[in-house]
Design a protein around this ligand. Structure first.
Ligand SMILES: [Zn+2]
Length: 46
């Protein structure tokens, strides 16, 4: 059984919904460039 665990110390990539800027950080609330929402770009491994 596989558990997906999010380590708070782990650095992930976040991509801006609006301008596509990608940042690597532990958390990303909003884009440093345009202030839009960011989404986690965690790559699914299948
Ligand atoms: Zn942006």
């Amino acid at each position: 059984m596989k558990d997906v665990q999010f380590n708070p110390d782990d650095v992930s990539s976040y991509e801006c919904f609006d301008c596509g800027t990608v940042v690597r950080a532990t958390t990303a609330a909003c884009c440093p460039d345009c202030g839009a929402d960011m989404r986690n770009r965690r790559t699914p491994i299948e």
